[in-house]
Design a protein around this ligand. Sequence first.
Ligand code: SAH
Ligand code: SF4
Ligand code: F3S
Length: 448
Amino acid sequence: MKIYIETYGCQMNVCDSGKIVHLFANQGYQPTSDSRSADLIVINTCSVREKPELKLFSALGRYIPLKRQRPELVIAVGGCVAQQWGEKLQQRCPGLDIVFGTHQLDHLPRLVAEVRQSHKALSATDFLDCPGGLEVMARPVPDAVSAMVTIMQGCDNFCSYCIVPHVRGREYSRPSEAIIEEVRMLAASGIKEVMLLGQNVNSYGLKASGEISFAKLLNLVHEVEGIERIRFTTSHPKDMSDELIAAFATLPKLCPSLHLPMQAGSDVVLKRMGRGYTAASYLEKVEKLRRVVPDIALTTDIIVGFPGESEADFQQTLSMLEKVGYDQIYSFKYSIRPGTRAADYDDIVADEDKRDRLARCQALQDEISQAVLLAQVGKVVEVLVTGSSKRGEGEWSGRTPESRIVNFPAPVSAPAAVEIAAGDIYQVKIVKAFKHSLRGEVVVDAGS
Ligand code: SAH
Ligand code: SF4
Ligand code: F3S
């Protein structure tokens, strides 16, 4: 039996898809990259904007007709669109066998078995207080250096534009013991870097009685032998505590890189978004962080064209990009999400203005990113090798602690015994900056 899985959306979805593959491996399913030879097709969906949502319908348009040749093929749709639409998805797309919500991941093998027996469409989208999928521990991909660990589910922030709280449910923190056990298991299987995931990791544990804070959790992860690098995402600026900022100074394995979504630079817009901070208080957090880790690499999310955003408001977003100097940004045109508060706001920004603002925002950031990368030339940085580079034979690729991509050739002058492998750490001198990556030369083979 073969399973084909397609994933859209955030890292949490990527992590969930890994768990699904693992659950079906236990049932004898092999993963395949060829949808036409699959016995089970799973689409793990995202509804954060209209674009990823629409991807589902074109995918179903491709896969449902495959059932004509393969009547035993089962098609399941999970994730955030599945949660939002429920069985209405099956009314719209006849031939879709299973709709499973964001809290039902661990029930999928049972649902597939039931459908194979009954040949009837099924949907399961209840929210649970303690979603079982969080405790499914996927074995890491062979030769992987890095692994994701979901530490929280859901979100209680209800930013006015955002569908996530509606489709992932209430905020729930996984017990810290379970998280540490998973990190230990990953370290024992050779993983060097963990990425802790949640919609707002800064509020980890705050609503669970007797649970530790996120900063304390980081301390525990730091103690796990074999783990060399720790990252986390996403951090909500309003919940970025001094304790967490201090952790960057005291935990050497905690990488100096942080995704801190700003969304907009205008206080009026931030207020209507319900973000709970101002541009000034955001900058204050950035300054505090930079006092502790001067070279911290920051990335952010930006929405342009939120209802009511004037040109002057937008200019403030541009000005924030200049003030902060992000390594990279992820910028989006505002997309109306039915059921959210902002869907009822009527001062809509015209699509051509949104497009224009997005282009200006990205053009400015390209310049800033280029300057950040150029400033790296000449520096010696620590690179964790992630694998051979796409450029070809003898070329390797890795990341700095700041998460910058570095490509480098295997050192020719090195003793023959030095063999580079994923997971090694090298000191690399940066010789050139490209648009999205750096090029370097190994100076010390610290990893061997
Ligand atoms: N939990 C994270 C964000 C998760 S969604 C946080 O609080 O920052 C990822 C990003 O998608 C958001 O940061 C936001 O920039 C973008 N986004 C969310 N809803 C959107 C919408 N309706 N239109 C456009 N972009 C949106
Ligand atoms: Fe969405 Fe806001 Fe929650 Fe992030 S914090 S997931 S943007 S509601
Ligand atoms: Fe998308 Fe759901 Fe993640 S809406 S961004 S897949 S939480």
